[in-house]
Design a protein around this ligand. Structure first.
Ligand code: MV4
Length: 448
């Protein structure tokens, strides 16, 4: 097992990782920027080292500084968390060259899954259903238009290096295709220095269903059931739940087996997520694979009773999976709400500042993952997520009631948050019936 892990992240996920390490008897090193001297992860780790100024590019994204810190502090592994360097193949490769364990999949696998058109092709060849569309990527508007005609409108134009909605456009007819393709491609060149695009059939009102995977170094792969992340705003997830109200036991088994096949197809190791779109007729299609631990992992932990961060660490240290598929049982229902420092009345503009008062909910089956505290100053340089509120109960109705109660107890003063907005979603009749798709917020909260 590792002796010391450097946590290459900040905020609640850094705290989450530090706690897991401490429980496992592993020493921790926090890295922090000049803006994070008083951050909870800096204070909580056994040791902490400053890696540069506030801007992420000069600190949490600076590979050389993080590797130097790892060597200087004599850590033998790096946990990258999510965001920042977590899906950076070059960083994973640099870790390997420095004989530091990167707690995540192999650099080549990260690279392969980061290229969305290549991932799609790999999955097609592995017999994993993908969204109808072309097999090969396109570079010119002529090639793309021919692909769109073959698929039939409406189509979705996507950037191969994209993800999270960047470099993505819908085209509903040949008339609007050229403009949408050019805009998507320009966005991709600007954002990712890559003009590689691919075309898919546009799926109307799908659900976003993702499966949690764990895979060890010895070819053992299991899934831990699904998360329904359909409620998103501008590709930012707001609320996630496990299981999904849309899946029957049979569909869950089929999708789970497909997710395991997807992971096997690329020789996956560590924790990962296979994203699917599920259409009205319950057809499911592979969309992307995320090669990191995700923000919403706690809902899976609540229903399976497993600790995903500890599993990640054990896998990276060369241990075999502690469970077989038949040992994994999803019990009850879990829901997570993301509370962000942002103002819903001002287009969800981030609202950093000093938290003058915080009161957290608690009780049976209520979990709060956060790095905020009284008088903490939320810096303006990073993601605006402040806190994840997760509840677990015997069924969906009870979990919704518990979330409502817990949100009602939560007090964050001094800065604006999306707390009231999330509370309204929980109170929404369609949500309570489990009737959600990716257009939920647009449909019921058009003002937002
Ligand atoms: C789609 C789609 C419909 N049809 N692809 C959004 C982010 C990126 N990962 C893929 N996304 C979508 N791809 C086809 N062919 C609809 C979306 C989509 C979406 C997906 C999941 C969750 C929320 C979403 C919101 C808008 C669009």
């Amino acid at each position: 097992m590792f002796h010391k892990i450097l946590v290459a992240n900040r905020g609640e996920i850094a705290v989450r990782i530090i706690r897991a390490c401490r429980q496992m008897g592993i020493k921790t090193v926090a890295v922090y920027s000049e803006a994070d001297r008083e951050a909870l992860h800096t204070l909580l780790a056994d040791e902490a080292i400053c890696i540069g100024p506030a801007p992420s590019l000069e600190s949490y994204l600076n590979m050389e500084r993080i590797l130097s810190a790892t060597v200087a502090m004599k850590a033998d592994a790096i946990h990258p968390g999510f965001g920042f360097l977590s899906e950076n193949a070059k960083f994973a490769e640099m870790c390997q060259k420095c004989h530091i364990a990167f707690i995540g999949p192999d650099a080549q696998v990260i690279h392969k899954m980061g290229n969305k058109s290549e991932a799609r092709k790999t999955m097609m060849e592995a017999g994993v259903p993908v969204i109808p569309g072309g097999k090969e990527p396109v570079h010119t508007v002529e090639e793309a238009m021919a692909a769109a005609e073959a698929i039939g409108y409406p189509v979705m134009i996507k950037a191969s290096s994209g993800g999270g909605g960047k470099g993505m456009r819908i085209s509903r007819s040949a008339e609007d295709f050229q403009m949408n393709f050019q805009n998507a491609q320009m966005e991709s060149v600007k954002g990712f220095s890559d003009d590689t695009m691919y075309i898919e059939k546009y799926m109307e009102h799908p659900r976003h269903i993702e499966f949690q995977i764990l895979a060890d170094k010895y070819g053992n792969v299991v899934h831990l059931g699904e998360r329904d992340c359909s409620i998103q705003r501008h590709h930012q997830k707001v609320l996630e739940e496990s299981p999904s109200a849309a899946l029957s036991e049979e569909l869950r088994r089929k999708m789970g087996e497909t997710a395991v096949r997807a992971a096997r197809a690329v020789g996956y190791e560590n924790a990962g997520t296979v994203e699917f779109l599920l259409d009205k007729d319950k057809n499911f299609y592979f969309m992307e694979m995320n090669t990191r631990i995700q923000v919403e992992h706690p809902v899976t932990e609540m229903v399976t009773g497993m600790d995903l961060i500890k599993e990640q660490i054990r896998i990276a240290a060369g241990e075999r999976l502690s469970v077989r598929q038949e040992d994994i049982h999803v019990s009850g229902w879990a829901i997570e709400c993301r509370i962000n420092a942002e103002n819903p009345e001002k287009h969800f503009m981030p609202c950093p500042g000093t938290i003058t008062n915080v009161l957290l909910p608690g009780g049976n089956g209520v979990r709060v993952d956060t790095a905020i505290y009284n008088q903490y100053k939320v810096p303006p340089n990073y993601d605006s997520m402040l806190l994840k509120l997760i509840v677990h109960d015997k069924d969906r109705e009870a979990a919704v009631a518990k979330m409502r109660s817990a949100l009602g107890e939560l007090i964050i003063e001094g800065i604006d948050t999306n707390l009231d907005f999330v509370y309204e979603i929980i109170g929404n009749e369609a949500f309570q019936k489990g009737d959600v798709d990716t257009d939920f917020i647009g449909k019921y909260f058009p003002a937002y």
